[in-house]
Design a protein around this ligand. Structure first.
Ligand code: BES
Ligand code: MN
Ligand code: ZN
Length: 509
């Protein structure tokens, strides 16, 4: 992982491979952003003009490397686009800073050390730049270069991440600045760990392996971890989790992670869909729809990351994470379309489509989480293709049994730079899940499929508990070219939202 420190060095005197500066899009051409004054001076005040001649406009996503003039210790200057210059008197917003820092860090992969001279007037800017840089520097290298060279630079793959970042312009001895950087480092380390889990091939990341990772991380961070194996799940009557996992050679797990704070007044329960591979089961997915389905445990990865981050940050709130882990495979032992499962809640479910498996594992975990009467339950899941059709690849849907809570989760997501949108749970869609032989079917009307799935989950939420459901099927896994701080593959979607929600819950008590 990339190391980041606050440095009092000037942009001109820092010994590094490159200095990163911001360039914004002004009405009359590119504008050098605050923080880069010393660099501009070394260009005789002509950096903006040079950038303009080279075709730079300051638009988001732009990145250009220049040989440094003689006044700088670093040999290279990297200018990164920040988007439009903020209105007079306004500071740069967090998300453009986060993205620009990410773009710059990614463009510097393969190098050793860079100084970041971006605008960091406020504590929030320091946090955004740190987050963006450490998320943008991420690369999944575990499988590169063969056994001998594992984790070494691969000829056929991405370069090693930028090793070291010196953040310029902040004050290392300022308590608020230090705290902002420490929070951002803890958070991004957990996001990057979640990305690693998502990117790990499903032959290696089985439910058992995921549970082992959670157990080890729990030990390290003072989190209590309990793992229910297939025997314990059978004894407990977890028909949903077992029904989904029974076709696989690698059996399911339910993991409970409990971070507690002695002064906590509230308890947040987080439930994650952890399908380590979703083949669809007997209702097999066609080719073209199963190549990325190792990502179907992204909800569980997000929950895991959020609980560990809450512990590392010492938040004054109890956070319980539930990882519903199973592999959805077809076999002679697999659940068939037509089978009826008896869920942990006692409800019976007619499985009409074994590819609607996420709601089955989540239902059991939500029922179990409800027993502990948390103040709030939030589940996170790559649940439906329908949500991707509705909101696209970068926005997650939020459903809830409480409109005010749905709104506040949406607002929190916006504050941390995650795109989301509130979705309804229309009561009329419930009858589509009526079953002639069971309490409910696991499928309903095709239209509004994301909302149907939400309505299914709602039935398993304990009486009187505020609940929200985040369908991250779109943003969890990025198949296009990297942009900003978003790499190809697992993104770590929803983690920043969950951690901010935990912080808000702690502050509100
Ligand atoms: N894991 C998928 C949803 C998904 C789709 C995640 C695309 C990420 C990207 C889920 O288990 C699934 O297969 N859902 C079905 C439900 C249907 C059978 C009712 C779907 O959305 O088609
Ligand atoms: Mn499925
Ligand atoms: Zn799935």
């Amino acid at each position: 992982m990339t190391a980041l420190t606050l440095s009092t060095a000037g942009a001109a005197t820092l010994r590094a491979d490159a200095i990163v500066v911001g360039v914004a899009k002004g009405a009359r051409g590119p504008v050098v952003a605050p923080g880069a004054e010393a660099v501009d001076k070394a260009f005789d005040g002509k950096l903006a003009a040079v950038l303009e001649t080279l075709g730079t406009t300051g638009a988001e996503g732009e990145v250009i490397k220049l040989p440094a003039p003689s006044g700088l210790k670093a040999p290279v200057v990297l200018a990164v686009g920040l988007g439009p210059v903020p209105a007079k008197g306004e500071a740069y917003a967090s998300e453009p800073l986060r993205r620009a820092a990410g773009t710059a860090a990614r463009a510097l992969s393969g190098t050793k050390k860079a100084g970041f001279a971006l605008p960091v007037d406020e504590t929030g800017d320091i946090e955004a730049v740190t987050e963006g840089a450490l998320l943008g520097a991420y690369a999944f290298t575990a499988y590169l270069g063969g056994e001998k060279n594992a984790k070494k630079k691969g000829d056929n793959g991405p370069k090693l991440p930028l090793a070291e970042i010196a953040l310029l312009g902040a004050k290392p001895r300022d308590k608020a600045h230090k705290a902002a950087v420490e929070r951002a480092i803890a958070l991004t380390e957990e996001i990057n760990r979640a990305r690693d889990l998502i990117n790990t091939p499903p032959n290696d990341l089985t439910p058992e392996a995921f549970a082992a990772v959670a157990t080890a991380a729990g030990k390290e961070n003072g989190i209590k971890v309990q793992v229910l194996d297939e025997k314990a799940l059978a004894k407990g009557g977890y028909g949903g989790i077992l029904g989904v996992g029974q076709g696989s050679a690698t059996p399911p797990r339910l993991v409970r992670l409990a971070y507690t704070h002695p002064q906590a007044e509230k308890t947040l329960a987080l439930v994650g869909k952890g399908i380590t591979y979703d083949s669809g089961g007997i209702s097999l997915k066609p080719a073209g729809h199963n190549e990325t389905m190792k990502c179907d445990m992204s909800g569980a990865a997000a929950v895991f990351a959020a609980v560990v981050a809450a512990a590392r940050l010492g938040l004054r709130v109890n956070v319980t994470g539930w990882l519903a882990l199973a592999e959805n495979m077809p076999s002679g032992a697999a659940t068939r379309p037509g089978d009826v499962l008896r869920m942990y809640s006692g409800k019976t479910v007619e499985v009409l489509n074994t590819d609607a498996e996420g709601r089955l594992v989540l239902a059991d975990a939500i029922t179990r989480a409800s027993e502990e009467k948390p103040d709030v339950i939030v589940d996170v899941a790559t649940l439906t293709g329908a949500m991707v059709l509705a909101l696209g690849n970068r926005t997650f849907g939020i459903m809830s049994n409480d409109d005010a809570f749905r709104t506040s989760v949406h607002e929190i997501a916006g504050e941390v730079g995650e795109a989301s949108w509130p979705m309804p749970l229309p009561a009329d869609l419930r009858k589509g899940m009526d079953s002639p032989i069971a309490d409910i079917a696991n499928m309903g009307e095709r239209m509004g499929g994301g909302l149907v799935a939400g309505l299914f989950l709602k039935e398993f939420v304990g009486e009187g508990i505020t609940w929200a459901h985040l369908d991250i099927a779109g943003p969890a896994f990025h198949e296009g070219a990297p942009y900003g701080y978003t790499p190809k593959g697992g993104t770590g979607s929803a983690i920043r939202t969950l951690v901010k929600l935990a912080e808000r819950t702690a502050a509100s008590a």
